[in-house]
Design a binder for this molecule. Sequence first.
Ligand code: C2O
Ligand code: CU
Length: 501
Amino acid sequence: MPVPAHPTRRSLLFGTAGTAVLLGAGARTRFGTDARPSIAAVAAREPIVPAAHTSVRLDAAPGTVELGSREVHTWGFGERVPGPEIRVAAGGTVAARLHNRLPAETTVHWHGVRIDPAMDGAPGVSQTPVPPGGDFHYRFVAPDPGTYFYHSHVGTQLDRALYGALIVEDPAEPLGYDADWTVVLDDWIDGTGTDPDAVLAELRDQPRTAQTMESALLGGTAGHVAYPHYLVNGRTAAAPEEFTCSPGRRVRLRLINAGADTAFRVALGDHRLTVTHTDGFPVLPVTVDTLLVGMGERYDVLVTLADGVFPLVADAEGKNARAFAVIRTAPGDAPTASVAVPEADGRLLTLADLVADPCVDRGDAPARGVDLVLGRGPNGTRWTLGTAAAPDAGPLRVPVDTGERVRLSFTNTTRMWHPVHLHGHTFQVRSATGRGPRKDTVMVRPRETVTVDVLADNPGEWMLHCHNLYHSELGMMATLGYGATPTTPDASMPNMTRDFA
Ligand code: C2O
Ligand code: CU
């Protein structure tokens, strides 16, 4: 079993019992039961000195995982989902010893981290995958504070349990909050009578019979897979995770979408959400009722908790299903997953709402433009990331020079939205004023063009792909590489010459 190398804030917060204080009658809320005394738990955040070095063992292995309401057989990092949460101080080192007990090759990718390319876990681009029985020792500095995650980058393994949160703490954290909760969202099918490889085979071989789920918010097709379960921190809506704190406390929620084919619309009953970060990087705070989180995206929000028991919902957008958790600051019955949460239909965060915090704003320097097209192959069995002239020319490499600024424009010609992710960098999304958010994953809706500025400051070969796992497996994948020709640490690697379909 992997052991978290560092106690999480939650365990520190709730590991101490016995100092509960009875307050007066609780306020009546829509979700809480009323009139019972509320309990002020021990919720003051103890000062944490973030770890300058974190070691973790990641044993990738088949096993049985308990989802709260059922058990499934899957592949995970130990018999748990998500895998262990890793926390480290910004500037500190993560040492993760991967041991592969799977019947397949694997890697670990550190999603969003400006990392040494040799540690990026991109199979065939920066790393030879680790064979069954093999080991790999990942060791890297986490330079930027924020909310990240890690996951296998081989085949459909991300759609199993091979993922976990990576939280890089700021030793000089400017935000004030009393508790810090990680909320990992996932769509789950493995071990329910089918598995992700069977899903991929069906999407590849019979794209026309695949289910189509529509969403007005997403501007077209929402996804391809109607999952039997949607999870918050590895638990189904029937057996939800319950977060506990006391009324009036301010909580930082770190939302991570580790799903493969689902956008989640997140809302908290009776509360508004103040968005402070996306993909690890700070934005000027903006308060909304609800936000959409695409696969691979992260959002940090602050909420000041009212008195009661509240539903934290993550609606699987366009799929008529929900991931669900409960936030409790008072005794009483918890709402059930079917509860109506009007906030989910309230003011929705848009990309235009997000403005980079001045400390991470890169301004408006001129950049070389590269136009890319997100497309679909003629018979519907392939998804493509190419140029207007050659939308489906096979794996594309975008060459850049060190220090250069490159403006990538993604034009989506398909009926489905795509969360486009670049490894090893955090780009700045272009808005009318050039001051959009710093991100590493951005949603591009049907018929939309989204433009991002990349500062080429991390030499290597980097994947650039759709974070819909089934799209990237069916071809929607390119690379951004430094210099005219690829340089990889291992010359024997296929280096993006293979056909991903
Ligand atoms: Cu999280 Cu290449 O991906
Ligand atoms: Cu896609």
